[in-house]
Ligand binder design. Structure first.
Ligand SMILES: Nc1ncnc2c1ncn2[C@@H]1O[C@H](COP(=O)(O)OP(=O)(O)OP(=O)(O)O)[C@@H](O)[C@H]1O
Ligand SMILES: [Mg+2]
Length: 497
């Protein structure tokens, strides 16, 4: 797609609609649970047995000094800087001309650069010249020194902390890179280019902005004076391939048994919440959990910025919209939840509940939209329940706390907690049943929990408690065998009477 088309698509929409609708993979998770009363808990067919991902302990790097370039690279950098300045002058407004696509611009950069270098006193050898052309084309058209990380499929996140410090995340580990921008000005140009494509601006009066790259990657930029040490750019990359259940099992985030259990719960239309801290993998896990929804059902997804990638065909995707510069036109997650109820959904998936929409979600879960899924920001399942209470209060409806707890207790069936361990790995740490209200307290029971004792590192294991909803699932022909919960066939249930 050329720049012109991209701009047209993005015009007037600071969410950057240009994220391509993801092509649906042809294959689906073939396994089916429960329809014929089959047992769950053995490995799904396409699940890999051995986790292969070995997390290492992340080491902390000291903050390097900024802007100190070795002597030997200075003349080249100086030439590069001079050439770049001239190039920007020569190209002028053509850089932002929507009628030129990337190829036209690349050709223009090549031509103008030839002119610029002709006037340079120091001749460059072939390799240096090629490098200069490559770097300057990347500067003019792309994102500068972070370009290789954006192209590297192993990098999931890129963090620029001022011009002189660029970190990336690979396999859950942070690593400092050698790459750097030539100065804060250079970094600002890249930020300006990213946000101008989505019709936004970054300056002193609006020093922070969320945007999206054309490939769907999520971008946050914040500049001085708010970012004290220079402009800061954070990019959560949109991976070409969404992580699936097999990946999470391979990474050790889930086990075959826990994945089978979650699959049964989703098939059995339980309401499931994924809880976790920032960047723990909530959205990824929600996507995996959603993949268990049968293809025959109509799904409506509601997100702040589309991230979910469902493989099912019958999906309607809704995206909230912030207000425009005049402060008008906002459409909230809450508005969308209400609208979704009128769309005859079988399932509603809310990317993340943060506020008053929690009340609408609970009502939907309680009134005919069982099997709905969402995520929320909390550090334990218990914490998730109190966060939910607070969010319901944010709806601004004066409900007594007991009524709120009753709603939560009867709506939410399962909380899957995902956590990031000290070694950087992301693991499901609890799968807990929300049992209901006893007195004034919502009781929860952990069905799976992370055990740290073994030699193989932390393992997600059944706790020996069989969930109360076992019967509800059995009524739908979904049988959960006692061995799934770490119980022998004859053993009595532990944990509750
Ligand atoms: N189980 C996992 N193992 C390894 N990496 C993961 C796992 N889950 C997610 N990731 C990676 O971690 C990053 C964050 O994932 P994700 O967006 O799902 O987190 P999140 O909790 O939704 O973040 P946020 O709080 O920003 O919404 C992504 O780059 C993703 O590819
Ligand atoms: Mg998320």
């Amino acid at each position: 797609m050329g720049i012109a088309e991209r701009l047209r698509e993005l015009e007037g929409d600071d969410r950057g609609d240009a994220a391509p609708r993801v092509k649906r993979p042809a294959t689906r998770l073939a396994r089916s649970v429960g329809n014929g009363g089959e047992q769950v808990g053995s490995a799904p067919q396409d699940v890999v047995d051995e986790p292969v991902w070995e997390p290492e302990v992340a080491d902390v790097q000291p903050r390097p000094a900024r802007e100190v370039l070795p002597e030997s690279v200075r003349p080249f950098q100086q030439l590069r800087q001079r050439a770049k300045e001239q190039l920007f002058v020569r190209l002028g407004h053509r850089l932002y001309d929507p009628s030129l696509d990337d190829d036209d611009l690349a050709r223009l950069v090549g031509e103008q650069l030839d002119e610029v270098l002709r006037n340079e006193p120091t001749p460059l050898d072939e390799a240096e010249r090629a490098r200069l052309v490559r770097e300057l084309t990347a500067d003019v058209l792309g994102y500068g020194p972070i370009e290789p990380f954006l192209d590297d499929p192993d990098v999931t996140e890129v963090m620029v902390n001022g011009a002189g410090q660029i970190y990336v995340e690979r396999n859950g580990r942070l690593a400092l890179t050698d790459a750097r921008y030539t100065g804060d000005e250079h970094l600002r140009q890249v930020i300006d280019r990213i946000v101008s494509r989505v019709g936004r601006r970054v300056d002193e009066s609006s020093p922070m902005v969320d945007a999206r790259l054309p490939d769907g990657s999520r971008v946050n930029a914040i500049v001085p004076p708010l970012a004290v040490d220079g402009p800061s750019l954070t990019i959560r990359k949109f991976s070409k391939r969404a992580l699936g259940v097999n990946d999470l099992i391979r990474f050790g985030s889930l086990t075959n048994e826990s994945a089978g259990f979650i699959q049964a719960c989703v098939k059995g239309r339980l309401n499931v919440l994924v809880s976790g801290g920032t960047g723990t993998g909530k959205t990824t896990l929600l996507n995996v959990v959603s993949s268990f929804i049968p293809a025959s059902e109509r799904i409506v997804t509601i997100e702040d910025a589309v991230e979910l990638r469902l493989a099912q065909d019958h999906v309607v995707r809704l995206e909230a919209r912030p207000s425009n510069v005049e402060g008008r036109g906002e459409v909230t997650i809450r508005d969308l939840v209400r609208n979704a109820l009128r769309m005859r959904p079988d399932r509603i998936i809310i990317g993340e509940v943060r506020s008053g929409e929690a009340l609408d979600m609970l009502q939907a879960m309680n009134t005919g939209h069982e099997g709905s899924l969402s995520t929320l920001h909390a550090n334990t399942p218990r914490d998730a329940l109190s966060r939910l209470e607070t969010m319901v209060l944010m709806a601004g409806i004066d409900l007594p706390i007991r009524a709120i707890r009753e709603q939560i207790g009867s709506a939410v069936d399962l909380i899957i907690q995902i956590s990031r361990l000290r070694d950087g790995s992301r693991r499901v740490s609890h799968i807990s049943e929300v049992e209901g209200l006893e007195g004034d307290v919502i009781t929860i029971g952990d069905i799976f929990g992370l055990e740290f004792a073994g030699e193989d590192g932390p393992q997600l294991r059944p706790t020996g408690i069989r969930p109360r909803f076992t019967q509800r699932l059995a009524d739908q022909g979904i049988t959960l065998g006692p061995e799934l919960f770490g119980l022998g066939a004859e053993q009595p249930r532990r944990g509750w009477v």
